[in-house]
Every structure is written in C-alpha cells, then in structure tokens.
Write a protein that binds this ligand. Structure first.
Ligand code: FE2
Length: 523
C-alpha cells in the first residue's frame, strides 16, 4: 500500500491555466489543492485553512508574491514558500531569500520538476518541525534538570537549617553550645577547623572558648592557636587572626576571604576563611572563625549563609541558657532559703543540711563518684529535708518521744520534699534521692520500703551522712551521743540500715579525721 499524501498545497498565480494544470496534476496524486489568483485571496485561504506548502508567482495584482511570502513567514514560518517566475532578477532573488522563501523555480515549470520540489520541501518541513519539537524537548529537559537541581538544593538547605535548629533546641549549658557551634561548623562546611572566640573588651583580644578540628583531635596543627607560638610567646598567625577578628567585628558583618584576596592579615596557612559574628542584643558577643587550611575547600556564600544562620540560632540559645541559668540559680537560692527557715525553727538542726551535704560529697568522692554525681548530691543534700516545711511545729519541735501518729506524719517529709522539687519540673535525679533518703538497705525504711540496689546509690550515701549528723549533734529531745555509741550505731548498721560499701568508706574517712573535720567547721 502506497502512502497517500494528505498535505494541502496552495498555488497562487494570476495565470488561470497554471492553476488549472497544477491543481489537476496534484489532486490526481492525492494532495489537497487550493488556488488563488493573487496574494490577497491567498491570505484569505491561509487565515481559514491549514496550508502545508505554497507556490506563488511574483508579479500579481493587489498583493504580489513577495508580500505574500513575508505574510506567511510572520504567521507560520514552518510553511515553505516556493517562488515561480518567468522573469528572474538578482534583486528579486535577494528579496525572496530575505522573506524566507525556500526555493525558486523558473517558468515554464515542468510538472515533474514541481512534484520533486513539493516532495523535497515537505520532507524538509517535517524535519524542520521535528527539529523544533526536539529543541523544545531539550529545552524542557534542561528546565526540568534545573528545577530538579534547585529543588535538591532547597531540600539540602532546609535539611541543614533544620539540623541547626534541632541541634540547638536541646542545649542547656553555654559550654555545650559553643562546642556544638564549632562541631557543626566543621561538619557542614567541610572545614579543617572551627574556633569560637568571645570578644573580651577588657583585654582587647578575642578569647578562644571552643575549637573543633575535622577528623577529631588528631587534626592538623592549629595556626590560630597559641601553642604554635614562636619565641615572643605569640605566633604571627594568632596576631593576624586576632586583628582580623577585631577589625571585622567593628563592621559587624560576616566576612568571607580566600588566600588570593586582598584582605590584610590573612595568615599564610589559611586558604579560605569565614568570620561570622555572634550578636546578642545588637552587640558582638563572639566570633566564629571557620578555616580551610590545606585542602581544596573554598567556602562559598552558601556556607557563609549557613554559618550566619547558625550563629543567630546560637545567640538565641545563649540568651535562653543565660535566662535558664539565672532562673535555676534564683530557684535554688529560694529553696535553700526555705531549708534555712526550717532549720531556724529548730536551733538544734541549724546547718544540718549543710553538714550532711558536705559529708555526703566527701563520701561520694571517696567512692569514685563523678563531678556530676557530686553536683547532684550538692542540691539533693541541701534540699533533703525540705519536705519538713509542711510539718507542724508542735510535732517537728516536740521534745521527747513522738507518738506513732506523730511519727507517721514526720515520715511523710521525704515524699512532700520530692513533690515540691517535682512540681518545679527540675532535678529528676535529685528528686529521687530526696524521696529515698530514709530508705534502709534491708528494706525496712520509708516511704517505699526499697532495699539494696533498688535504692539509688546517692541516696544510700546521703542516708549515712544524714544519720551520722543527726546522732552526732545535739537534738531537742536529747544531748549528742558519746563517740563510741555513735560509731556503734554507724558500723553496726552496715548491711542492715546502711550499704556496707558506703560504711567501709565512711569508716576510712572517719579514721582519717575527715568526717569530724567537716562536722566541726562551718561552711
Ligand atoms: Fe530526713
């Protein structure tokens, strides 16, 4: 089966015979054929119908072939226009080419030659259209690739910003915060080193408070560090970087410099450097210095943007931490004042909590407890009897023996104390120690009857210190005991009332005179 052409050919000529011959010939070949006697009539047809190819004479009334060619070029430049003329001239030829005419046939035109021409220009037109589609497709593909790249960039940026936000949300001390700033800086920018400096107005130089080196502590030598100092005690780099930081802080804007820039004072060892100020309440508090030393890393505006975003978040976090530390200090001071008030109600217990705390910390240290555990004991020891604030004076201060009912009221104080601390939403570990400070190792204590290892270690320590101070000092209902009697109670309680390990340590400290020394000195 041969392909039947479906294309529409338009013949424009003021010679009717040419139109008739061409029309008959090409319709017989299966083409659709339209004819017009001048350019104006041809335009009417083109406005209404889809034309695939146009053959036109040049010299015609109303609108000539060249004007028609120009019109066609403006409405659809894919339609090929072929000029047929009996009087070719150089001028005409040039004008036809300017108007986008694709071929030029000299009359009289042979029908066979015309058909070859039709087939050729239609094939070229198809290729031309295909090429336009391909170009559009390629452009579309490029556009999609660009959009994808932009999207990936945005997602990466959001991830980074989100990472910075979440990382700073969990920080609760200034030290952790500065460490987090420098660690995150080296990670996000692939820097060799990041340092955070606090600007100290008093000594007119930046003071390094945190440093992070890519790949851990065994990284490259630090050109910013004083440890690389030369004979005069201060290395050139450190001088340079300090001056750079101070100069930059005056302008209060982030600075991005590379080795070949003209910034004065950039140490030789540094290839690329970012200095980002951290402002608190519009004042420069510190500067983050991120440097690339030997590698290929050159920081970009994007890195600078991340670092600025981070120092902004860090500034908020510092303000919050400062606020929190302030609240925490105030709260502790208030609670200690409460304890002071309780102890003042009973002159015999004055400074009891203070002595208990110091004995407990000494025991904890001797048992190998960490600084954190000693800090916990410092708060828990001071507050262990804070629950007594809820007990009536006539019971708390009663001389002589308590009735069972009165004793059961006294026994509520560890729970009341733990509740007071719990309601403040702070000090979870301290709360548990306060609750457990009257538990006994054999499970016969109160309020929960916990035994052995179920009692927190710090509570077992506090219990030894508490009982010792209670029996070693004067009380409302009795004078202080003889030393032998005190030690009999303490050592005799080993493994029953007290943790044997804690008592062993207590005995060792007592023998060294440490316990007595604490008992007998004021804080
Ligand atoms: Fe107590």
């Amino acid at each position: 089966m041969t392909d039947v052409p479906k294309e529409t050919l338009l013949f424009v000529d003021d010679e009717e015979s040419i139109l008739e011959v061409a029309s008959e010939y090409f319709m017989a070949k299966g083409y659709h054929v339209r004819t017009a006697e001048n350019g104006r009539l041809a335009v009417d047809i083109i406005e209404k119908e889809k034309i695939d190819c146009c053959f036109t004479d040049i010299n015609m009334p109303e609108m000539d072939g060249l004007e028609l060619a120009e019109y066609i070029r403006t409405v659809d430049n894919t339609i090929p226009v072929i000029i047929m003329t009996g009087y070719p001239s150089l001028d005409n030829t040039i004008r036809t080419l300017k108007n986008g005419v694709v071929d030029f046939l000299i009359k009289p035109v042979n029908l066979n030659q015309l058909e070859i021409c039709v087939k050729r220009v239609l094939r070229e037109r198809q290729l031309f259209i295909k090429n336009i589609f391909l170009t559009q497709e390629v452009e579309g593909k490029h556009r999609i690739e660009n959009l994808n790249r932009e999207l990936t960039y945005k997602v990466e940026e959001l991830n980074t910003l989100n990472r910075i936000m979440t990382d700073f949300a969990t920080i609760d001390s200034s030290f952790d915060l500065f460490k987090r700033v420098v660690d995150l800086s080296t990670e996000l920018t692939h820097a060799d080193e990041a340092c955070f400096y606090v600007i100290n107005e008093a000594i007119q130089r930046p003071v390094q408070v945190a440093r992070s080196v890519a790949g851990g502590n065994g990284g490259p030598p630090n050109p910013l560090d004083r440890s690389t100092a030369s004979g005069d005690g201060q290395c050139a780099c450190n001088k340079d970087i300090s001056q750079l930081i101070l100069d930059n802080c005056d302008e209060d804007k982030p600075l991005l410099v590379h080795e070949n820039s003209n910034v004065r004072g950039l140490p030789e060892a540094i290839r690329s450097l970012m200095l980002v100020p951290l402002n608190i309440r519009k004042k420069v508090f510190g500067v983050l210095a991120v440097s690339s030393l030997n590698g290929d890393v050159r920081f970009s505006e994007k890195d600078l943007y991340y670092m600025s975003f981070m120092t902004n978040k860090a500034a908020y976090a510092i303000e919050n931490v400062a606020l929190y530390e302030n609240i925490y200090e105030n709260l502790l001071a208030t609670l200690y004042a409460f304890v002071g008030a309780i102890e003042a109600r009973d002159p015999y217990t004055e400074q009891h909590s203070n002595r208990v705390t110091r004995i407990a910390i000494a025991l904890c240290r001797a048992l190998g407890g960490s600084q954190e555990e000693q800090d916990i004991l410092n708060v828990a020891g001071q507050l262990h009897d804070i629950g007594k604030i809820g007990i009536r004076d006539d019971i708390l201060l009663k001389p002589g023996r308590l009735t069972d009912e009165e004793f059961s009221i006294i026994k509520e104080h560890p729970v009341i104390g733990a509740n007071i601390v719990e309601r403040l939403g702070l000090w979870d570990r301290e709360k548990n120690i306060i609750r457990c400070h009257h538990e006994r190792f054999d499970g016969k204590g109160y309020p929960d009857g916990l035994a052995g290892e179920n009692i927190p270690m710090l509570a077992r320590i506090l219990s030894v210190a508490d009982v010792y101070d209670a029996i070693a000092s004067d009380r409302a209902y009795r004078k202080r005991m003889e030393e032998a009697k005190i030690l009999e109670i303490m050592y005799g309680g080993s493994g029953t009332q007290f943790d044997a390990g804690v008592i062993d340590t207590f005995r060792s400290l007592y023998d060294q005179g440490v316990i007595k020394a604490i008992s007998e000195t004021s804080p």
